[in-house]
Each structure stands twice: as structure tokens, then as C-alpha cells.
Design a binder for this molecule. Structure first.
Ligand SMILES: Cc1ncc(COP(=O)(O)O)c(C=O)c1O
Length: 404
């Protein structure tokens, strides 16, 4: 099915009218963005809650929570009773790691590309619970089979309790072989903890297909739910091992639904917008396939165009709607120095946002700088042309500023 309004500029004007008219928004991947009808549902929910908080929180919220769980369950193909809704991917990962009954010396395996907050949670557990962890070095470009093979070698020779990996790594934004990894974990009886911060709404996904032990996905990034909403899937056999963060009234509940519905006074309004976000995707956007096809098509065109502008550079990956391209640079090894990285980030990001009204996150990885562009249904090709020229200009100015 086709969208009601063509994706791109017209779609942006009608459904994302709050976006700054002067901005080139090429970083949907970091925080997500909510279309107008879903935003309106969010505002209605806040007003409803404000009308009579006791009624809303005691009676409406539990109902809305279960309806939201059922929508997500249907969307990802799993039993809604294996799901919980939490604030974000960081909270989901913390929820599992900090409540799982690790014993001193248990080993957690994670990748060098792990998202900072999630990696830090594992480090925290080493200090506070005495677990061990090992980091698998992942340097892109690398083939999926090489990654899986490297991890299998570790599983063969060492006792690993849990392995944490992404669906799509953050920076650079590359699809990780997560389906193969879940199978591998099962083969070696290692628990799989999948960080799908970038997953639901970004790539076609069927949870019933690969059944990890624990899986988290943000709903506020790519599904268009207002910020502060993520799903946590816990295999039924582990329900008793997962507690809410913070521990709350529901500590002794023996099912996930009761446990996670109310964990303290906070804003629960985004949960009430999940159905509306899924409906928007179906009705206004013409369904998941229409969204994926537009974003992937735009990603491929953007990668080609940026490469034409930047010259002989590597397109590291196109993962759904995330495109990672090497930024051309005479001496990228300059960024082996962490102070230089910090100085450059301040200069380049500051100029991008304040002077040029755009933002594209970049990372120094394996001796090169890579830029990660997000391609969303409100974007058009000319925005990537603009941003890639801007990036060249800003880096040029940055290097000149160093010689002053
Ligand atoms: C792989 C990965 N994990 C976790 C997160 C954290 O997401 P949040 O800020 O919603 O907690 C991100 C954010 O981009 C991410 O890319």
C-alpha cells in the first residue's frame, strides 16, 4: 500500500510540522521523533491524566498498559505476557543485568562496539557483584561469519554465563548477526541478552522466530512512539529472575504484567500512544513494507550520493535506514589522541547544529572517521547532499583552526 501523502517533503509538512523548517534532520536514530497524530494522542493522554490522576492511574493505566502490551506482542509475534514496557533501552538492559541473579565469577561477554551505557552496566556489575566480563574486539569492516566464528571459539573454551550483543550497533550503525548469535548462544547454553535499541520499526523482525532469552527494543526511536518507551521481552523461564528498576510495590508479583505496570509515580503517557503509533504506520504510511522500502531506497541513494561528493571513501554499511560512510580525511590517525577527538567533536557538532542546522553523528572507528546518516520517511535526497558538503567544510575549518 502507498502512504496517504508521498513520503519526503510533503509528508514532513503534514505529519511532522513541528520540525524546525530550517533544519535538516538526519539523525532520527538517536532519539526518534513522533508524527503529529501520535503527538496529539500523547497530549490528549496528559490532559486526561491531569483531569483526575487517581482515576487515570488506578483504573485507566492498567487497562492501557495491557492493551499496549498486546499491540506490541502482535507486532513482534510473541505472547504479551512475556513483555514489559520500560522507559528506554538503557533501562531495559539495566533491568535485566541488575536483577539477574549472577554469582561471583559469572562471565558476561560483550562486544567492543557495545553502547556506552550498556557496557558501563556490565562494568558496574564487576565492581559491585564480582562478575567477570570479556570484550570481543569488533573492527569493521568484518564479515558476519568471522564475528560468529570468533565468538564460538570463546564459547568452546570458556564458561560464559551471558552474552550481550546488538541488533544494529550504535556507532558505526551496522547490523550485527543477532539471529545467528542467538542460535550460537543456545548451542553453548549461554544466555542471550539482545540490545535491540535500533530494531522495532527499523527492520522487519519476528521475535517468535529466534527466541532470545532477553531482548530490548526502543519503541521511541523507529516506531514513532513518544520518547521514554521501550519493550523488554523475557523468556517465560526467566520471569522470576527479572525485577523492576527500581524495585517497587510489585516486587512479589509472580507475573511480568503485574510487576511492571506501575513502578512509581512518573509519566506513563507514551505507553498509551503505542496503539496510535502502530495505527499511524498502518493507515497513514501504508504499512511496514512501505516504510521499510522508502527508507532503504533512500539509504541506498544517499550512500551513493554522499560517496560521489566525498570521493574515494568506504560505505561501511546500510542497515535498514542507517547509512554509515567514511569521512574523507588526509590524516585520520590524528584521532588516536582522545583529546583531539573531544576537541573535534565540540567544534564539528557545535558548527553543524548552531550554524548549519543539521546533525550527523560521527565515530572514530578502526583508524577512520565514519558518519552515520538516518533516512526517515520525512527525508529527501537533497538533505544528504547538503549535510555531506557541510561536513567537508566544517572539517576543513576545524583543521585550519588547529594551525592558527
Ligand atoms: C545499541 C544501543 N543501545 C542502547 C541505546 C540507548 O538507548 P536509550 O537512550 O533509549 O536508552 C542506544 C541509543 O542509541 C543504542 O544505539
Amino acid at each position: 500500500m502507498s502512504p496517504l501523502v508521498p513520503f519526503g517533503k510533503k509528508f514532513r509538512e503534514k505529519y511532522f510540522p513541528n520540525l524546525d523548517k530550517e533544519a535538516y534532520p538526519l539523525n532520527h536514530g538517536s532519539y526518534g521523533l513522533t508524527p503529529k497524530p501520535v503527538h496529539e494522542e500523547y497530549v490528549r493522554t496528559l490532559s486526561k491524566e491531569a483531569e483526575y490522576p487517581d482515576r487515570y492511574i488506578r483504573y485507566d493505566l492498567p487497562d492501557k498498559y495491557v492493551r499496549a502490551l498486546k499491540s506490541v506482542g502482535e507486532f513482534v509475534n510473541c505472547d504479551y505476557r512475556d513483555l514489559a514496557l520500560v522507559d528506554n533501552a538503557t533501562t531495559g538492559i539495566n533491568t535485566v543485568l541488575r536483577s539477574f541473579p549472577f554469582e561471583k565469577g559469572d562471565k558476561v561477554l560483550m562486544m567492543s562496539t557495545v553502547y556506552g551505557s550498556c557496557g558501563n552496566t556490565v562494568k558496574f556489575l564487576k565492581e559491585y557483584k564480582g562478575i567477570e566480563y570479556q570484550v570481543v574486539e569488533i573492527n569493521y569492516p568484518v564479515q558476519d561469519d568471522e564475528i560468529v566464528g570468533k565468538i564460538e571459539e570463546i564459547f568452546k573454551t570458556q564458561l560464559v554465563k551471558m552474552c550481550m550483543f546488538d541488533t544494529i550497533t550504535s556507532m558505526p550503525g551496522i547490523r550485527f548477526p543477532f539471529e545467528k548469535m542467538v542460535k550460537l548462544c543456545k548451542k553453548y547454553q549461554v544466555l542471550s541478552l539482545v540490545d535491540g535499541a535500533h530494531c522495532i520499526g527499523l527492520i522487519p523482525f519476528d521475535l517468535g522466530d529466534f527466541k532470545p532469552d532477553f531482548f530490548i527494543s526502543n519503541l521511541h526511536k523507529w516506531l514513532f512512539v513518544p520518547r521514554g518507551c521501550a519493550m523488554l521481552y523475557v523468556d517465560t523461564k526467566h520471569h522470576d529472575k527479572v525485577q523492576t528498576l527500581p524495585i517497587s510495590h510489585s516486587y512479589t508479583s509472580d507475573n511480568l504484567v503485574d510487576k511492571f505496570t506501575f513502578i512509581g509515580s512518573k509519566n506513563y503517557a507514551s505507553i498509551a500512544c503505542i496503539e496510535s503509533a502502530i495505527e499511524f504506520r498502518k493507515g497513514v504510511c501504508g504499512g511496514e513494507r512501505a516504510i521499510y522500502e522508502y527508507c532503504l531506497g533512500l539509504s541506498e541513494q544517499a550512500a551513493k550520493r554522499v560517496k560521489e561528493i566525498w570521493g574515494d571513501v568506504e560505505v561501511l554499511g546500510i542497515s535498514g535506514a542507517l547509512v554509515t560512510v567514511e569521512v574523507p580525511m588526509a590524516n585520520p590517525r590524528l584521532f588516536d589522541d582522545a583529546t583531539m577527538v573531544k576537541q573535534c567533536e565540540e567544534y564539528v557538532y557545535g558548527a553543524m547544529i548552531r550554524q548549519y542546522n543539521t546533525y550527523v553523528p560521527m565515530v572514530y572507528h578502526n583508524g577512520k572517521i565514519f558518519a552515520r546518516f538516518s533516512c526517515q520517511i520525512y527525508n529527501e535526497l537533497h538533505e544528504y547532499e547538503y549535510a555531506s558538503r557541510v561536513i567537508l567544510e566544517i572539517f576543513d575549518n576545524f583543521f585550519k583552526s588547529l594551525n592558527k
